[in-house]
Design a protein around this ligand. Structure first.
Ligand SMILES: C[S@@+](CC[C@H](N)C(=O)[O-])C[C@H]1O[C@@H](n2cnc3c(N)ncnc32)[C@H](O)[C@@H]1O
Length: 279
């Protein structure tokens, strides 16, 4: 039974980190005029209303995209992301937030294909609606962790796979590593992005150990913390793991993460930007 709904969290600091990285990776991949296959294993509903009751409940977006919206001193990667979000808002008022499927669709070209998985029935219906006019996008009401294996390797032989679970179950930390190992076996040259929350640090430590021992090479990790680790607080930090990232990503995130930490961090913000496993 799935209870997580991303509409309550859309545009928060976790989305900022995830989508800044996503925008940079897609922009890099699209420098080459060759088709790519984008797979989103946990797509969500695609289009979020920040003036709707869910987003307004805790107004998490205020500590994320809201804190960047009117600034004119953004580092380039953050500016690329904010400019993209502005394309979904027709006035200067921040009222819409694009989820990962719409961000990807905006940056991809007519040659590319998008495969979007969403298991929650109501979310899947909204996603279908959000992408219904986009002939490149195919949606599945299915388990993105299991059912997307069959797409690998894609015929384009170039691909980005975003894995963005809600981590409602503790076993998710194990399952994502098993999924990555299986996907990598099928498509070793693909680029993979895995989002994770820091709620209880030992689960993240397990995940990092398992990835280091997986045999997969060229893994980077980017983490943004708004509070010191605290197992009783909820999500104090979040991160993105990147496998086969663009060679420019690490240096870029090493510049951007201190800025994001100062701007979005609450007390004792912290960050990591490191090569977890060498090439
Ligand atoms: C964090 S949200 C996704 C947000 C989206 N990737 C974005 O960046 O805009 C996670 C979504 O995964 C869905 N979900 C949970 N388990 C799933 C599974 N096994 N397969 C596909 N979707 C799943 C949830 O219903 C939820 O909408």
């Amino acid at each position: 039974m799935l209870s997580y709904q991303h509409a309550y969290h859309a545009g928060n600091y976790a989305d900022v980190l995830k989508h800044v990285v996503l925008v940079q990776v897609l922009a890099y991949l699209k420098q080459k005029d060759k088709p790519i296959c984008y797979i989103d294993t946990h797509a969500g509903q695609g289009d979020y209303r920040l003036d709707g009751s869910e987003a307004q409940k805790n107004q998490e977006f205020i500590g994320g995209i809201g804190a960047l919206w009117e600034r004119d001193d953004l580092p380039k990667s953050v500016d690329d992301y904010v400019q993209l979000v502005k394309q979904f808002n027709h006035t200067s008022q921040l009222s819409h937030y694009p989820g990962s499927p719409l961000i990807a669709a905006q940056l991809l070209t007519t040659k590319d294909r998008l495969f979007l998985y969403e298991l929650h029935t109501a979310e899947a219906r909204r996603l279908e609606d959000a992408v219904k006019r986009d002939k490149r996008s195919k949606t599945f009401r299915a388990d993105g962790l299991k059912d997307s294996f069959g797409l690998l390797p894609p015929k384009e032989n170039r691909g980005l796979i975003l894995i963005d679970p809600s981590y409602e179950m503790k076993t998710d930390y194990h399952d994502v590593v098993d999924t990555l190992k299986e996907m990598h076996k099928r498509f070793a040259t693909g680029c993979y992005l895995l989002w994770y929350p820091v709620v209880a640090r030992k689960r993240n430590q397990y995940m990092e150990r398992a990835l280091r021992a997986s045999g997969i090479r060229n893994i980077q990790l980017f983490e943004l913390g708004i509070q010191p680790d605290n197992d009783d607080f909820g999500m104090t930090a979040c991160g993105m793991i990147a496998i086969n990232p663009p060679w420019t990503l690490l240096a870029d995130m090493q510049k951007v993460l201190p800025w994001l930490t100062d701007t979005l961090g609450q007390q004792q913000g912290h960050y990591r930007a490191e090569q977890l496993v060498d090439e």
